[in-house]
Ligand binder design. Structure first.
Ligand SMILES: *[C@@H]1O[C@H](CO)[C@@H](O)[C@H](O)[C@H]1NC(C)=O
Ligand SMILES: *[C@@H]1O[C@H](CO)[C@@H](O)[C@H](O)[C@H]1NC(C)=O
Ligand SMILES: *[C@@H]1O[C@H](CO)[C@@H](O)[C@H](O)[C@H]1NC(C)=O
Ligand SMILES: *[C@@H]1O[C@H](CO)[C@@H](O)[C@H](O)[C@H]1NC(C)=O
Ligand SMILES: *[C@@H]1O[C@H](CO)[C@@H](O)[C@H](O)[C@H]1NC(C)=O
Length: 427
């Protein structure tokens, strides 16, 4: 439980982001990318301005007299009827250093009004990073928050609240941010970030979309977030070659670790993690001890679907439940604040064998959705699933028997990794 919580403590302040991405001064390019990609506020000034406006809106502005949505009211009732929670939420605010962002929020009641506001809105494009996160982060990073946020019931209230938000983001009402104005996802600054790594192609050349239609043809914010690439964009490298491993996500390389130990610490979202824990102590996990982990971060502006990293054969699909080879097994465990999904994949090429794709969500709606089923056969590059709003990181884990040679273009943290392009060859 402790580890599940800490995995969600993805930092938003520039200081903690530095330790998160290990990017400080030695990689200003990457920090800049994260900032422009929407995971980090552009500056403390932007963040403070946003927070002040949000607090004003719920304390003196148009939402002052608004009632809380039932889901938020239930959550608040839970806090107020539970002595430990009540104390914890008071203390979180007493423990705020004056310089903190959350010190701009007078009390937990106002924090709930902010939750209530955020879950009725779609995220704008802009300089502030994921909104819910801005608020929760400051509360969690206190002594009281650290203890209070471990509570299972509290986490289930968060989950219910995020589900309500997810429902909104999946509705036509959430499309108002899909416009060309300020804060719109089709304004010229947004489009230049969205198309940055596609060699001069325009948004509509890259993604299935129709700028002549309202909202460019998207049915909701979520529909936009999980948008499809057009055929031919990000083509699979040498699709017939069974010795290649392809990138599962459009991401930036964060870490490439070899000979990982069972309890070794590599980093997911800024926290040390053991391999066994990451693989949820699955019965297959021991096979990966001594293997290789390839981890990359996605951006808010990235393409958010996942694709099969390995060639998984041309034999007919086997029925689900048939043992072993080849198969996909997925399992997910969800708390309100972190989502991971593991997909075990067995390659037809015995030199590759078994590998795991791990999708790691983060503190927002953060849903991981698999579009493949256990036992299904896929080709390298086929879709495996997607992140809904909030998806942030992924890892590929290989066994020690899989002797990989990673290509030079995916060796440095910060390297742009194109989905479905070859990242390694097996020897
Ligand atoms: C990040 O930097 C710290 C301090 O230099 C180091 O101990 C840690 O291993 C680094 N993490 C990664 C993932 O490189
Ligand atoms: C809130 O309600 C009070 C009392 O009914 C009223 O005076 C005030 O104008 C309302 N404020 C807003 C922002 O609607
Ligand atoms: C696009 O939106 C962003 C974020 O609000 C804003 O900073 C920028 O000025 C806008 N650009 C245009 C061309 O409207
Ligand atoms: C890296 O280089 C290989 C070999 O030249 C190429 O096929 C592949 O597309 C590149 N991969 C990425 C992720 O850019
Ligand atoms: C397939 O990929 C492997 C690994 O990179 C390479 O050594 C081999 O030459 C490729 N085969 C063909 C036919 O391209």
């Amino acid at each position: 439980m402790y580890r599940l919580l800490t995995v969600a403590l993805l930092a938003i302040s520039t200081v903690s982001a530095t330790s998160l991405f290990n990017v400080s001064d030695n990689s200003p390019a990457m920090t800049d990318h994260f900032r422009r990609a929407g995971w980090l506020p552009a500056s403390d000034e932007h963040l403070h301005k946003w927070m002040q406006a949000a607090v004003d809106e719920v304390t003196v502005g148009k939402r002052k007299n608004g009632t809380l949505l039932p889901v938020v009211q239930d959550f608040l009732d839970f806090i107020e009827m539970n002595a430990e929670m009540y104390m914890g939420f008071h203390q979180m605010f007493e423990e705020q250093p004056p310089s903190s962002l959350l010190s701009m929020v007078p009390d937990y009641q106002t924090m709930f009004k902010l939750f209530n506001k955020i879950i009725q809105e779609a995220p704008p494009y802009g300089p502030i990073g994921p909104p819910m996160y801005m608020i929760i982060n400051g509360a969690m990073n206190t002594q009281a928050g650290f203890t209070t946020f471990l509570d299972t019931e509290l986490n289930s209230h968060f989950r219910t609240m995020f589900n309500t938000w997810a429902k909104f983001l999946d509705s036509p009402d959430s499309r108002y941010v899909l416009n060309t104005g300020e804060g719109g996802w089709f304004n010229s600054s947004a489009l230049s970030v969205l198309t940055e790594f596609y060699g001069g192609l325009t948004f509509e050349q890259i993604y299935v979309s129709d700028p002549s239609k309202p909202y460019w043809g998207y049915k909701s914010w979520d529909d936009y977030f999980v948008r499809l690439l057009r055929p031919g964009v990000r083509a699979v490298t040498l699709p017939g070659n069974q010795s290649l491993i392809s990138a599962a996500c459009e991401s930036q390389l964060y870490n490439l670790a070899t000979d990982v130990k069972a309890e070794d610490t590599f980093w997911v979202k800024g926290e040390p993690y053991s391999l066994l824990h990451m693989l949820n102590h699955d019965e297959l996990a021991p096979q990966f001890i001594g293997g290789t982990v390839f981890q990359g971060f996605l951006s808010v502006t990235s393409y958010h679907r996942w694709h099969a990293p390995g060639f998984i054969g041309c034999s007919p699909p086997r029925r689900s439940g048939e043992p072993n080879n080849p198969f996909l097994r997925s399992l997910s465990f969800i708390t309100a604040l972190t989502t991971r999904m593991l997909i075990f994949i067995e390659s037809d090429n015995p030199n590759i064998g078994m590998m795991v794709f791990i999708a790691i969500g983060m503190t927002e709606v953060s849903t991981c959705e698999a579009t493949v089923k256990e036992g299904q056969h896929v080709q390298r590059g086929d879709e495996l699933g997607m992140f809904h709003f909030g998806g942030s990181s992924h890892a590929l884990v290989f066994r020690p028997e899989t002797k990989l040679q990673f290509f030079d273009n995916v060796s440095q943290p910060g390297d742009q990794v194109e989905v479905r392009a070859a990242i390694a060859g097996v020897m």
